[in-house]
Write a protein that binds this ligand. Structure first.
Ligand code: NAD
Ligand code: UDP
Length: 324
């Protein structure tokens, strides 16, 4: 293969990071996966360990690291509300110090760097669906702020490194994504519902379930991420990546019950503070500039995810450990 790149994936052992590593290793690139395993398991990448073009480093992005690379996918950050609220100060440090350390490396190496930002920068949106031009409605002092504001500050850093130092940056805003290798105890809705249904437990619907999300299957998202990294030179972003098919959370619960054949009951629990009421990406920009749009329907992606959850040993997973 020509044009082999040395590529760093921070958070590379996580749900999305490990799928990115798979794609890059398969394409023949020289891949460094860096992770502190706060919310992930080594098992997400053990199948890559004997590949000559894959390296695994245990490291925390809040600390500087010296590597020589051509591209950086900055994915490191806890993403599920339960995980990022576990130690909110650390979450903010991971977003901000992690961005500074990785941008410093990109500057020194003249590497292109992609930031995994999030639809959470839109907060509880007053504009629907959300285009990139919408500036968001985030509560800066609520329980989600460590993540939302951390990611917003990281976007600011990316754009300032570009303006001040001409660093070649890319920013994507990822909307709810699901699939195999999600942490089964991350508390996110897809993993919770599937785990509960398979264990014949009650399905915990927060609030009345009328809030909406738009769910993207991981393979579609990773295709979009890789296209963005290798896309047009003038496309720094931010660019929304997600599936515009919108569902209520109640619909998701009902579909999970149907696809698992579970006898679970749906029970209502209180809605967490600042839980966004609606969320759907406007992906016009990604369609126009990256020729990208998701292909996998929720029903099909959910079936694949259920199948993967059926084959995992839940006793091998534990909640995140303290990580100060
Ligand atoms: P994940 O928790 O599975 O992956 C995050 C990875 O980062 C884990 O392997 C974790 O151990 C690692 N990590 C966390 N803090 C770190 C630190 N300080 N140093 C080194 N590694 C650290 O979550 P994910 O869903 O794969 O999310 C990956 C990225 O995508 C995150 O930045 C997240 O904010 C973003 N994102 C994800 C979604 C989604 O729906 N999955 C939506 C929006 C944004
Ligand atoms: N949710 C739910 N039951 C659960 C977990 C989540 O009803 O067991 C709801 C949650 O309140 C939110 C939606 O599902 O409205 C998506 O939650 P998730 O934590 O997956 O992602 P985020 O809120 O960050 O989009």
């Amino acid at each position: 293969m020509t044009n082999v790149q040395r590529i760093l994936v921070t958070g590379g052992a996580g749900f999305l990071g490990s799928h990115i590593c798979d794609r890059l290793v398969e394409a023949g690139h020289d891949v460094i996966c860096l992770d502190n395993f706060f919310t992930s398991q080594k098992t997400n990448v053990t199948h890559l360990l004997d590949k000559p073009n894959f390296e695994l480093i245990r490291h925390d992005v809040t600390m500087p690291v010296w590597l020589e690379v051509d591209q950086i996918y900055n994915m490191a950050c806890p993403a599920a509300p339960g995980h990022y609220q576990y130690n909110p100060i650390k979450t903010m440090k991971t977003s901000v110090l992690g961005a500074i350390n990785m941008l410093g490396m990109a500057l020194r190496c003249r590497a292109r760097i992609l930031q995994a930002s999030t639809s959470e920068v839109y907060g509880d949106p007053e504009v629907h669906p959300q285009p990139e031009s919408y500036r968001g409605s985030v509560n800066p002092i609520g329980p989600r702020a460590c993540y939302d504001e951390g990611k917003r500050a990281a976007e600011t850093l990316f754009m300032d490194y570009q303006r001040m130092n001409a660093v070649d940056v890319r920013v994507i805003r990822i909307f709810n994504t699901y699939g195999p290798r999600m942490h089964p105890y991350d508390g996110r809705v897809v993993s919770n519902f599937i785990r509960q249904a398979l264990a014949r437990e009650d399905i915990t619907l927060y609030g009345d379930g009328s809030q909406t999300r738009s769910f993207c299957y991981c393979d579609d998202l990773v295709e979009g991420i890789i296209r963005m990294m290798n896309g047009p030179d003038d496309l720094s972003g931010p660019v929304n990546l997600g599936n515009p098919d919108e569902f209520t959370i109640r619909e998701l619960a009902e579909l999970t019950i149907e696809l698992t054949g579970a006898k679970s009951k749906i029970i209502n629990e209180p809605l967490p503070a600042d839980d966004p009421t609606r969320r759907r990406p406007d992906i016009t920009l990604a369609k126009d500039r990256l020729d990208w749009e998701p292909e996998v329907k929720l029903r099909d992606g959910l079936a694949k995810t259920i199948e993967s959850f059926q084959s995992i040993d839940l006793s091998a997973y534990r909640p995140p450990t303290p990580n100060y």
